[in-house]
Design a protein around this ligand. Structure first.
Ligand SMILES: [Zn+2]
Ligand SMILES: [Zn+2]
Length: 376
């Protein structure tokens, strides 16, 4: 899958090409590589398929956004299995393109077959789940092929009849002056067949709604907005058409302790003024439910970040792992006792500028500033 060409390269457009440009590029290339124009040439067939696939993705704003973000990985089936890139939907998009380009509407649409709709399922997962990956069971209402009639829509024991108006073509031709117009057959709505006795289970639609339990594999390292495609798990096609796909849209819940930035994790840890001044060590929880020691050197300033290598998130479909960053925030003590106040006052008296590097820099800047403004 990783050897796939970039969709933009395939269509010979640049990444910010708009819809019009995309369509023009697609038309040009599809015309050039169409198998009918290159009979018996296997390369052109492959090219034509690539062009179609790229266009299918890029013409759809959602798919294009997902592709821009995740590349081909956005459309590969979860993990392990790795379904064929665009297996299920291909036949139908192929025919749409065919119609679009060559005005051959209807000829490829045998018996009113239609591809089933794609389904979207929103799933929320925690950061820990994204870290570990998981297998989730989901229940989705999907319309599936009716078993009673095997999707034909005709009552058991009967068969759909060839439409008498169009003779099964699904289209009828009408002469109008010099022209012959072709349109969808009103008798069968383009299916080419008529159902006299509708199947009682599905009222003739050929599909019924079922709750299906699906097991979805969430790979390690998924991010907010990651989309997982389960090919062929969408709605059943109409009258034997291919099923649509199921897309799982993942969103991550906010974590109480960690903020995620790509593969890196960030957290803030308060430390006392004394620890910051004298140095010390403390434990910080890690995303793998363990903990790690952070060593703070003497004289640590508030806001300083410490990097802990490889304690971040796994990178989707790779062996890499991000890092964890611990930012210390020095806390100013409150509600001091009299004794503490005295000690701090004493401390202040003993302090020279050298103990406060920031302040020294700051006050010298202030001095320069006022010096130049009033300096006449
Ligand atoms: Zn039925
Ligand atoms: Zn008809």
């Amino acid at each position: 899958m990783s050897t796939k060409r970039c969709y933009y390269e395939t269509l010979e457009v640049d990444r910010n090409a708009d819809e019009t440009k995309l369509k023009a590029a697609f038309r040009k290339l599809a015309m050039k590589w169409h198998p009918d124009r290159n009979p018996g040439d296997a390369t052109s067939e492959v090219k034509f398929k690539e062009i179609n696939e790229a266009y299918e993705v890029l013409k759809d704003n959602d798919k294009r956004a997902a592709y821009d973000r995740y590349g081909h990985a956005a459309f590969e089936q979860g993990m392990g299995g790795g379904g064929p890139g665009f297996g299920a939907g291909f036949a139908s998009s192929f025919s749409d393109i065919f119609e679009d380009l060559f005005g051959m509407a209807g000829q490829r649409r045998s018996g009113g077959r239609e591809r089933g709709a794609d389904l979207r399922y929103n799933m929320e997962i925690t950061l820990e789940e994204a870290y570990l990956g998981k297998t989730a069971q989901i229940e989705i209402p999907v319309s599936v092929t009716c078993e009673s009639c095997s999707g034909t829509g005709a009552k058991a024991g009967t068969k759909p009849k060839t439409c008498s108006m169009c003779g099964g073509a699904g289209r009828i031709r009408q002469a109008q002056g010099f022209f012959t117009l072709e349109r969808t057959c009103p008798g069968c709505q383009g299916r080419g067949q008529m159902i006299e006795d509708a199947c009682p289970s599905c009222s003739g639609s050929g599909r019924v709604t079922r709750e299906r339990t699906l097991s979805v594999n969430i790979p390690q390292g998924v991010e907010d907005g990651t989309r997982i495609r389960l090919a062929g798990e969408g709605e059943a096609g109409v009258r034997g058409g291919p099923s649509g796909d199921l897309y799982i849209f993942l969103s991550l819940t906010q974590h109480a302790f960690f903020q995620r930035d790509g593969a890196d994790l960030h957290c803030r840890v308060p430390i006392s003024m004394v620890t910051a001044a004298l140095g010390g060590e403390f434990d910080v929880p890690t995303i793998d439910k363990g903990k790690t020691k952070v060593k703070v050197p003497a004289g640590t300033q508030s806001g300083r970040r410490f990097r802990i290598a490889s304690k971040g998130m796994p990178v989707l479909r790779s062996r890499q792992t991000g890092d964890m960053y611990v930012q210390v925030v020095v806390e100013t003590p409150q509600n001091l006792t009299k004794k503490q106040q005295e000690l701090l006052t004493e401390f202040e008296k003993l302090s020279s500028g050298a103990t406060q590097p920031e302040a020294v820099g700051f006050f010298s800047k202030v001095k320069d500033f006022f010096g130049t403004r009033t300096g006449t």
